[in-house]
Design a protein around this ligand. Structure first.
Ligand SMILES: NC(=O)c1ccc[n+]([C@@H]2O[C@H](COP(=O)([O-])OP(=O)(O)OC[C@H]3O[C@@H](n4cnc5c(N)ncnc54)[C@H](O)[C@@H]3O)[C@@H](O)[C@H]2O)c1
Length: 263
């Protein structure tokens, strides 16, 4: 599918990897509906891109009503522009490290587990679930009768999570493993599902890492020995949208890095 003149719903689009996707799709002529908790960054990005093809909805993806309001706002915008929904990029995500049992023999709090799962897993599925009724009714396009594409974001932690990453790895492993059944459920509608699993990429999330932690992750990369750039992530998302043979799969984007147990 060509992104031009289609509307893409992008959660987490106010920062990092999903922001790079928003900029890239917008540069390709797409309309971008950005859903994020961070209203200041969201408004700044709409100012940067211009409000004719970009809209921001302050959204908490762990809250069903909040997603519903953003989807309804997007659908209203789509009715005004006539640019049908082409896809969802579920980029919102958080990490909250914690050992399952700590040095004081305290188990990981259920609140911290819920926080990560509610945003990374439940928030991803809820966003997709609520967008789908509007995607299945889009006029099919091209010789394959394609209607849309769902892009999800896992992580290297889905496969080789490190110490302290049980919640994060559980959320990202679940996103990776739901990719195929999602593609199977949606095949009759001409909607594809692809998950990208990045290793270390420069973003606000990784800016919070200490120099030592970042360096040790870069050392674990085979080649190139550096953090990925958001634009490199966006390129893979663009290809996943444009290349109809990519479906039901998880693309590792990791410089052959396999994370060690500990840093
Ligand atoms: N950067 C990396 O190295 C890396 C590696 C693997 C996976 N990922 C994944 O990529 C995705 C994007 O991460 P990033 O690195 O760009 O991080 P980031 O912190 O730069 O961006 C994440 C965005 O999600 C938003 N967000 C957080 N909670 C939200 C909520 N409840 N509702 C709506 N929006 C919310 C934040 O406000 C932020 O704008 C995440 O799912 C992350 O787990 C990142």
């Amino acid at each position: 599918m060509k992104p031009a003149n289609r509307t893409f719903i992008i959660s987490g689009g106010a920062s990092g990897l999903a922001l790079a996707v928003a900029r890239d799709l917008h540069s390709a002529g797409a309309y971008v509906s950005l859903l994020d908790l961070n209203a200041d960054s969201g408004s700044a990005i709409v100012s940067e891109l211009g409000n004719s093809r970009a809209k921001f909805f302050e959204t908490d993806v762990s809250n069903t009503e909040s997603i519903q309001a953003a989807i309804q706002g997007t659908v209203k915008w789509v009715k005004e522009t006539g640019k049908e929904i082409g896809g969802v990029i579920a980029g919102a995500g958080v990490g909250l490290p914690g050992l399952i049992i700590d040095k004081k023999n305290e188990p990981l709090s259920i609140e911290s587990i819920d926080f990560v799962l509610n945003i990374n897993l439940r928030g991803t599925l809820d966003l997709i679930r609520q967008a789908l009724p509007y995607m299945t009714t889009v006029k099919p396009e091209g010789p394959d009768g394609e209607r849309g594409v769902i892009i999800m974001v896992a992580s290297s932690a889905a496969f080789d999570g490190q110490m302290g990453q049980v919640s994060y790895a559980a959320s990202k492993g679940a996103v990776a493993s739901l990719t195929l059944p999602l593609a199977r459920d949606l095949s009759k509608y001409g909607i594809r599902a692809v998950t990208v699993a990045p290793a270390l990429f420069d973003s606000n999330m990784t800016k919070m890492m200490s120099k030592k932690v970042k360096q040790s992750l870069e050392n674990a990369m085979e080649f190139p020995k550096r953090a990925g750039q958001p634009e490199e992530f966006a390129r893979t998302v663009r290809d996943s949208i444009e290349n109809s043979m990519l479906n039901g799969t998880v693309l590792r984007l990791d410089g052959a890095m396999r994370m060690p147990a500990r840093l």
